[in-house]
Design a protein around this ligand. Structure first.
Ligand code: ADP
Ligand code: NA
Length: 295
């Protein structure tokens, strides 16, 4: 089976469902509350495992009441958690408001994720054995850079989700094979908003391949090796919860690419996976299995 390593965050998502999200200073009454295991790293790990890969997760949970459930959730989806540390103190938490249109706003508190500042020999060994390393920006930048460089040295494809968006150090960009921002992250990185094609071209100055995800509008792929960017439409569906859509997309994309499928096929397959997930509530709980994606 295809091996993928994820170096990233685990968070407990504390999700409030409301009709209209509160503005600053405003209080609204919601209609439902759920605790859902998440974090961009854990989400991508579960998505990739359910999409059919053998996945190892490097990260950390806390010693609080959430740590055990985060571990159990990853293990239940078949993710190898041997390298998931337990750090004294709280687990990461994400405080999410989902509105009546399925759109979300999120506050992340790193907790245990903040303790992952460097990698062990065992971490680097598991990265070296994988086909792909999936990275996001919810762990300390020092660990993200170390992971990307370890992957690069071993010929492992690095796929970076630049979220939450922030300026990327040159050494991270230099070790990134495929960058997958959503349109907001692409705008933050480039200063170009409302023009994904131009944003993608700007990002190609730093990395060889870029996919900008565009929510219900699908995604745009651009590569240094190819003259024209390729747009892939998202299947038209009724979204109830877009939390984690991007992570499902990246997890599935990584699996398809690691299996050697051509980029356009992989993007279509990832779009199908993400469209399945937005029709169901939650992040991890809504992630589709390979048989559903193949449909
Ligand atoms: P993120 O979740 O990181 O904000 P996007 O919102 O761009 O990322 O969504 C990632 C991918 O998920 C999109 O490229 C698309 O394939 C799929 N997706 C997101 N929202 C929808 C939707 N409403 N309908 C169908 N597919 C969607
Ligand atoms: Na969902």
């Amino acid at each position: 089976m295809t091996r993928i390593t994820v170096l990233g965050s685990t968070n407990m998502d504390l999700v409030a469902y409301v009709t209209t999200a509160p503005r600053s200073g405003e209080t609204v009454t919601g209609h439902e509350f759920r605790t859902v295991p998440g974090g961009k790293g854990a989400n991508q790990a579960v998505a990739a495992a359910r999409a059919g890969a053998e996945v190892a997760m490097i990260g950390a949970v806390g010693t609080d009441e959430f740590g055990g459930r985060l571990r159990a959730t990853l293990a239940a989806s078949g993710v190898d958690i041997d390298l998931l540390r337990t750090t004294e103190g709280p687990s990461g938490t994400a405080h999410i408001v989902v509105d009546g249109d399925g759109a979300n706003s999120i506050v992340v508190i790193p907790g245990a994720n903040g303790s992952v500042t460097s990698l062990s020999h065992a971490d680097r060994a598991v990265i070296a054995e994988a086909r792909s390393l999936l990275l996001q920006l919810e762990l300390p930048m020092s660990a993200v850079v170390e992971g990307a460089e370890a992957a690069r040295r071993n010929g492992v494809r690095t796929i970076l989700t630049p979220a939450p968006a922030r300026p990327l150090p040159p050494e991270l960009l230099a070790a990134t094979d495929l960058l997958v921002p959503n349109e907001h992250e692409a705008a933050t990185l480039t200063g170009i908003s409302g023009d994904p094609q131009r944003a993608a071209e700007a990002l190609l100055a730093h990395v060889p391949e870029v996919v900008i995800t565009l929510g219900a509008r699908g995604c745009l792929y651009a590569s240094r090796a190819q003259r024209e960017p390729v747009a892939v439409l998202a299947p038209p569906v009724t979204a109830v919860d877009t939390t984690g859509a991007g992570d499902v997309f990246v997890g599935a994309l990584a699996v398809a690419l690691a299996e050697g499928r051509p980029m356009t096929d992989a993007l279509t397959w990832a779009s199908t996976a993400a469209a399945l997930s937005v029709q169901r509530p939650g992040a991890v709980t809504s992630m589709p299995y390979r048989s559903e994606i193949d449909g």
